[in-house]
Design a protein around this ligand. Structure first.
Ligand code: SAM
Length: 265
C-alpha cells in the first residue's frame, strides 16, 4: 500500500507544523536503509515514523527498531501496519523528551522533522555518544551548512557537527518523492562519530564559536575583542592566524587552537 492509501484509510491530513513531509513510496526508503548496512544484531532508532514508509524497510532488516512519533493520530495506522512484527517498538512521545540512556551503540536512520534538526543532533551527540552512525534526511541547505569546511555555508552549525562527527552526503532526494512536495531538495547525510575529539570544555568552546561568528563580515580580531580585548592580536599571531581573517576562513582545528590559547592565557 502506498503512503497516500494509508493516510486515506485513517483519514489523516498532514501537518506542516510537525514537519510532516512523508516519503510517498518505498523507493527512496529502500535506498536509504541499504546505505545503513543494518544487520539483525543492530538496534536502530527512528525519529518520526509518520505512516511507516521508512520504518517498514527498517523492520524488514530484522534489526530491533525503536521509533518515536509525537503525533498520536498516527497510532492506529502504525499499530495496524506493524501488528505482525515483534522487532519494533513505537513510543508516541516527543523524541526530544525520550530517555535514550539504555541505548549503547544504536544506529539512527530517519527522515527527521526539519523544524528541530539542531536539537535532534544535539540530543544524539550528547545522550548517545557511542552511536554507530546516523543517516538523517535533512533539507539541502541544512546539509550544505553541516558539511562546509569554509566559505559562506560554514557556520557554528558546521563546527558543532564536525567537532563530533565526520559528515558525508550520500543521497539527494527530489521534492516529488514526498507528500506534500517540499519546496527544496532533501539530502541524506551520514554522520560517523569521531574517535579522537579534542579534550576541551564543549559548552565553553561552542559559546566561543558563536562569538567568533557573531558578525560574519567582520574580522576574527574584531569578533573576539568582545571577550578578550587587548591581547586578541597576540593570541591570533601565536596561533599563526592573520587577525584580519574572517571567521568563515578559519578551520575547526585552528579554532580549537585559538580557544586553547585563550583558556590558558
Ligand atoms: N518517516 C516518515 C517518512 O519518511 O515518510 C515521516 C517523516 S516526516 C519528515 C517527520 C515525522 O516526525 C512526522 O511523522 C512528524 O509527526 C514527526 N515528528 C515531528 N516532531 C517530532 C518530535 N518532536 N518527536 C518525534 N516525532 C516528531
Amino acid at each position: 500500500m502506498k503512503t497516500s492509501d494509508w493516510l486515506k484509510k485513517y483519514n489523516i491530513y498532514l501537518k506542516k507544523s510537525l514537519g510532516q513531509n512523508f516519503l510517498s513510496t518505498q523507493t527512496y526508503a529502500k535506498q536509504i536503509v541499504k546505505k545503513a548496512s543494518i544487520t539483525t544484531n543492530d538496534t536502530v532508532i527512528e525519529i518520526g515514523p509518520g505512516a511507516g514508509t521508512l520504518t517498514q524497510e527498517l523492520v524488514n532488516t530484522g534489526a530491533n527498531v525503536y521509533a518515536y512519533e509525537i503525533d498520536e493520530r498516527l497510532k492506529p495506522l502504525l499499530t495496524e501496519r506493524f501488528k505482525n512484527f515483534d522487532n519494533i517498538k513505537i513510543e508516541f512521545i516527543d523524541f526530544l523528551k525520550a530517555n535514550l540512556s539504555t541505548f549503547e551503540t544504536p544506529k539512527y536512520v530517519a527522515n527527521i522533522p526539519y523544524y528541530i534538526t539542531s536539537l535532534i543532533l544535539e540530543k544524539i551527540f550528547l545522550e548517545t555518544p557511542n552511536f554507530q552512525i546516523a543517516l538523517l534526511m535533512v533539507q539541502k541547505e541544512y546539509a550544505d551548512r553541516m558539511i562546509a569546511k569554509s566559505g559562506k555555508n560554514y557556520s557554528p552549525l558546521s563546527i558543532f557537527v564536525q567537532f563530533f562527527c565526520t559528515v558525508e552526503k550520500i543521497l539527494t532526494v527530489p521534492p516529488h518523492a514526498f507528500i506534500p512536495n517540499p519546496k527544496v531538495d532533501s539530502v541524506v547525510i551520514k554522520l560517523t562519530p569521531k574517535k579522537n575529539r579534542p579534550d576541551i570544555d564543549k559548552n565553553k568552546f561552542f559559546k566561543f564559536i558563536h562569538i567568533a561568528f557573531s558578525q560574519r563580515r567582520k574580522t576574527i580580531k574584531n569578533n573576539l575583542k568582545k571577550i578578550f580585548d587587548t591581547n586578541t592580536e597576540i593570541v591570533l599571531k601565536k596561533c599563526n592566524v592573520d587577525p584580519k581573517t574572517r571567521p568563515e576562513n578559519i578551520s575547526i582545528e585552528k579554532f580549537v587552537e585559538i580557544f586553547h590559547y585563550i583558556e590558558h592565557y
